[in-house]
Design a protein around this ligand. Structure first.
Ligand code: SAM
Length: 498
């Protein structure tokens, strides 16, 4: 546990190296409302159990280009009732019947899609999964400074765009709506920006849409949530199931924010084999009715449609010397398609996008992880539908997708620590500390800031040399990638590192 004793107004030593350009710092310090929130475990925990021990090889069949070997897989019984087992969750039953009636395994992407967004049994669809009582905590929930500083980034881009009279502000996967609520509170200090904004949420979950409407104090929080207006009347809010329906208006530039959105999208997993080249990891059901593991991973016996399409594309963007060393790959075509769709919109309407997530340059091997009640699940398939599933983001793959659109440029990834420092977290913290009324508030603020930019997780000091070094903190685990019109130059936080 960190010992936090901050005098009000003092600059915490851990943040003193973080500097921001003067104009950004002024923006960051501008708004000084002080509202404190609780914190909890973050979703990105570095020692994930991959749960990948159930793979098995299948025999390949010659002369077939795209195939799935079903010979060793589940044989549907004449009576379909055994596919439903006592003790199965509704989603497990659904998945096993899907496999049963299609007569073959699902891709990992299909599994993730069903597990997270099935209309009635999907993980996100019916409940609030965030916070101490949920499964994980995200940066906007840790500190109000996060959303406010993303507001600073948005304001800076709006200025780079020439302060347009209208700005379409999109957030993908807004969760509880906390980031946008904090951003809009910041925007109140810049009325010209606030008056330009129309907010568009891309969200599949009816339950989370209700929370988002409530976070923004929208007029109606009754289902189904589709449109609203913040109760102060200042900003219109529209919900979409897909980025494609966000209005595309000639005189309206667009800014898209995606915090921990891309990690929630379905990934395909591929593995290089010595004899069959690249094959795909799939999800099958076990043979034996007495087997407790209802679902298991298998490998396709040869290339699949996805492996033939995606693997060569991704390897083509990897340095020649590195490509032959890549043994496993996880790719998210849905994320690549969405990032490219945003790139097309930015190219025609001007603007930019900011994606913040755990991940790396890529290509990444298997990172899919399951988290429940703030702990990793050993078996990815055991609690399907009741645990969060997420995968690290391959930022190189996103860049590759955007590079096919002329006129836009991706910048980064940079670390969250770097971005928040550039946006003036130190100055923002100072302003907030100055308005704190008690020590508890200032300690909570300081702890939140430290957690967002920390290079190491805060762990209890034991003095025991055998205790392993603390895992990397959110400040370096989380990466940020921006995309803007190529003629705009890098947005704040993405200038060339000195
Ligand atoms: C990990 S949460 C992140 C929430 C929020 N951005 C935060 O940081 O607190 C993922 C969010 O994306 C939404 N989501 C997941 N898959 C989606 C999809 N295919 N389309 C739209 N929203 C999706 C979830 O409902 C949820 O709001």
């Amino acid at each position: 546990m960190l010992l936090l004793r901050r005098a009000r107004g003092a600059v915490p030593p851990a943040l003193q190296l973080l500097t921001a350009p003067t104009s950004t710092a002024l923006l960051a310090a501008r708004h000084s409302q002080c509202v404190l929130r609780s914190s909890g475990a973050t979703r990105d925990m570095s020692s994930a159990g991959a749960g990948d021990s159930n793979e098995r090889d299948s025999t390949s069949r010659e002369g077939v280009d795209v195939l799935v070997d079903r010979s060793g897989l589940f044989h549907p019984p004449a009576d379909p009732s055994p596919v439903v087992r006592p003790g199965d969750s509704p989603l497990e039953s659904h998945l096993r019947s899907l496999i049963h009636f299609r007569g073959g395994p699902l891709t990992v992407a299909e599994l993730v899609h069903e597990a997270l967004t099935h209309p009635t049994h999907g993980y996100y669809m019916t409940r609030d999964v965030f916070g101490a009582a949920g499964d994980f905590v995200t940066s906007p929930e840790i500190s109000q400074m996060f959303g406010e500083l993303i507001g600073v980034w948005t304001a800076s881009l709006w200025q780079q765009l020439g302060t347009p009279k209208k700005l379409c502000l999109v957030e993908l996967g807004p969760g509880r709506g906390t980031l946008m609520a904090d951003l809009l509170r910041f925007a109140d200090s810049l009325p010209a920006l606030r008056d330009a904004l129309s907010v568009h949420f891309v969200e599949v979950s009816p339950a989370l849409r209700r929370l988002q409407a409530s976070a923004l104090d929208c007029e109606s929080t009754a289902a189904p949530i589709g449109t609203g207006r913040t109760r102060d009347g200042n900003v219109s809010v529209t919900w979409h199931a897909d980025f494609g329906t966000v209005p595309d208006e000639e005189d309206t530039p667009i800014v898209v924010l995606a915090h921990e959105f891309f990690d929630a999208l379905p990934v395909h997993q591929f593995q290089r084999t010595p004899d069959r080249g690249w094959v795909e990891r799939l999800v099958d059901v076990t043979h034996s009715a007495s087997d407790t593991a209802a679902l298991r991973f298998v490998l396709s016996p040869g290339p699949t449609a996805a492996s033939k399409m995606l693997v060569p594309q991704r390897l083509a963007a990897v340095p020649q010397a590195v490509a032959p060393t890549v043994q496993a790959m996880e790719l998210c075509p849905k994320g690549m398609a969405i990032w490219q769709g945003i790139a097309r919109r930015v190219a025609t309407r001007r603007g930019g996008a900011l994606a913040i997530d755990y991940g790396d340059e890529g290509p990444l091997a298997f990172t899919l992880q399951a988290i429940k009640q703030h702990a990793f699940c050993d078996d990815l398939l055991a609690g399907v539908g009741t645990a969060d599933l997420s995968a690290h983001v391959d930022f190189g793959a996103l860049r590759m997708a955007a590079s096919q659109v002329p006129g836009v440029q991706c910048h980064g990834p940079v670390t969250q620590r770097h971005l928040l420092a550039s946006l003036g977290i130190e100055h923002r913290l100072q302003a907030l500390l100055a308005s704190c009324t008690d020590e508890r508030q200032s300690e909570a603020l300081y702890a939140g800031a430290l957690r967002l930019v920390g290079q190491e997780e805060a762990v209890r000091a034991t003095g025991d040399a055998a205790v392993p070094a603390p895992p990397p903190g959110m400040g370096v685990r989380y990466k940020c990638m921006a995309m803007v019109n190529a003629d705009l130059g890098p947005p704040v936080g993405f200038e060339a590192l000195k």
